[in-house]
Design a protein around this ligand. Structure first.
Ligand SMILES: [Zn+2]
Length: 470
């Protein structure tokens, strides 16, 4: 009942604000089990037009001429990845032979510099490769249900002057720090910044001052910044919270990425400031043998987002990071988090943290049509539909929709909507990409070019997904 009232309210709002857009675009009526913040609407309907969800209904809306797609699938809001280094996700897994006290230890380690850093910079540093990398890593994210991501490119790195983003960043997954489509058609109008860290080697004084000014004058909604990526016993990591505060950057507009080294008292300070943390358990355990004290953070009331960090030491995408986090929660944290909480930590929570929760992160009328479908049967959904993410293979993602456009999925579903596709084989299953949505041309050609370039650097191209062992 609550949902239907909400629906009427937003329909009225939309009829005032989006009439030409909604009427000019074809409507898609999509049937499935819709996962909303208020529960699942079994066999419900989404009415989508002009990139927006116009209605969420229990009964099929009457819209003459609408395209109709009836499924038994679960429909989830797309994931919002608040921490990644996507350009490095072209590399295969990197498994160092020992753990490190902090990130400076591996960044200064010659073996890392030879195996990853120098190759990465050689590849990413050549502008001719940028859009190939962009397309490859965005596909890698979206096959796991990600519809918004952060961290592509190097605009905010020290020593790199801010430069205009290439046009390819406008395609496929929304780039939270370069182009989301939320603020017009130009790139670099975003209100979110991404930073590698607070120490002098990672952030010069003028960049820090620019961030602080942006937060103070309201032009910056979120600064996501690596803080305390090292063990709690590591002196260097322990100082970074103080440094952040000294720069005037411990604020309600700050997300502290990793926070592995933060003590319970420091977590309480983070909460007091209204800041949040981003948790990347897999990458943390693989590099340091520990992860953030999320139990202390949770007890202190700190808002926690979940994100993969990067695929060399973290998960290939959020779908897999949720599965990893579920194991950590069950085996190391006495079942601290439910599957629903983990799901929200990668959808509605990061949307709220990034101040884009009026646009993405949940399924409701008036929101952008960013979501994904997970295969289910007419008997479904399961008693706890969030469990689908734990028990189903990544290939059971039937379709990913961004801004109302199906961009990836089951070839039959995409073809039934009249979409021209490119075949993609994922973990032994035939999938397809929407050819027109690819920002740098056919994916097979992008993949082939990258394979050649990486071979020349002495590396393989990392897989789109590690794929569960049969
Ligand atoms: Zn990182």
């Amino acid at each position: 009942m609550k949902l239907i009232r909400l629906s009427c309210h937003f329909a009225f709002f939309l009829s005032l604000t989006l009439p030409t857009l909604a009427q000019a675009q074809k409507h898609l009526l999509l049937k499935g089990n819709i996962v909303t913040p208020d529960g699942v609407i079994s066999h419900g309907w989404l009415d989508i037009a002009g990139g927006y969800i116009l209605h969420v209904e229990r009964e099929r809306p009457e819209i003459p001429g609408a395209q109709v797609l009836e499924t038994d699938d679960l429909i989830f809001p797309g994931f919002i990845d608040l921490h990644n280094h996507p350009t490095f996700n072209v590399f295969p897994r990197w498994t160092p032979p020992h753990k490190f006290p902090n990130r400076y230890a591996w960044r200064d380690w010659l073996v890392y510099q030879q195996q990853l850093e120098s190759k990465g910079y050689a590849l990413i540093g050549d502008p001719a490769n940028f859009c190939d990398i962009d397309e490859y890593v965005e596909v890698k994210a979206l096959i796991g249900g990600t519809t918004s991501i952060i961290g592509i490119g190097d605009n905010n790195q020290p020593g790199h002057a801010a430069k205009a983003s290439p046009d390819c960043l406008r395609g496929l997954v929304r780039n939270l720090d370069h182009y989301t489509g939320f603020y017009g058609h130009e790139t670099d109008q975003e209100r979110i910044a991404n930073s590698i860290g607070i120490t002098a080697r990672d952030m010069d004084a003028s960049t820090g001052a620019r961030f602080a000014q942006g937060i103070a004058d309201g032009s910056l909604d979120l600064l996501a910044i690596h803080i305390a990526e090292g063990l709690p016993t590591d002196v260097e990591s322990a100082q970074e919270l103080d440094m952040l505060e000294a720069h005037g950057l411990l604020t309600a507009h700050t997300a502290l990425v990793h926070s592995v080294g933060l003590s319970p008292a420091q977590m309480a300070r983070v909460h007091k400031a209204g800041a949040s943390i981003v948790w990347s358990p897999r990458s943390n355990f693989e590099l340091y043998g520990e992860t953030a004290n999320v139990a202390a953070a949770f007890r202190a009331g700190v808002t926690i987002s979940l994100a993969p960090d990067w695929s060399p030491s973290g998960s290939d995408n959020i779908w897999e990071e949720i599965q990893y986090a579920w194991d950590v929660s069950g085996h190391k944290l006495d079942g601290l988090f439910s599957t629903r909480q983990l799901f929200e930590m990668a959808s509605s929570v990061p949307a709220r943290v990034a101040r884009i929760d009026d646009k993405v992160g949940t399924l409701a009328p008036g929101m952008k049509a960013d979501f994904f479908l997970v295969h289910d049967t007419p008997d479904g959904p399961a008693s706890d539909f969030y469990d689908a993410i734990l028990v189903k293979a990544i290939t059971e993602i039937d379709m990913v929709v961004i801004d109302g456009t199906p961009v990836y999925g089951d070839p039959k579903l995409l073809h039934s909507l009249g979409i021209a596709t490119e075949a993609l084989r994922l973990c032994g299953t035939e999938k397809a990409l929407n050819s027109a949505a690819l920002p740098n041309g056919p994916f097979a050609e992008v993949e082939a070019r990258l394979r050649v370039k990486m071979k020349a650097l002495g590396s393989d191209l990392g897989p789109l997904d590690s794929c569960p062992k049969p």
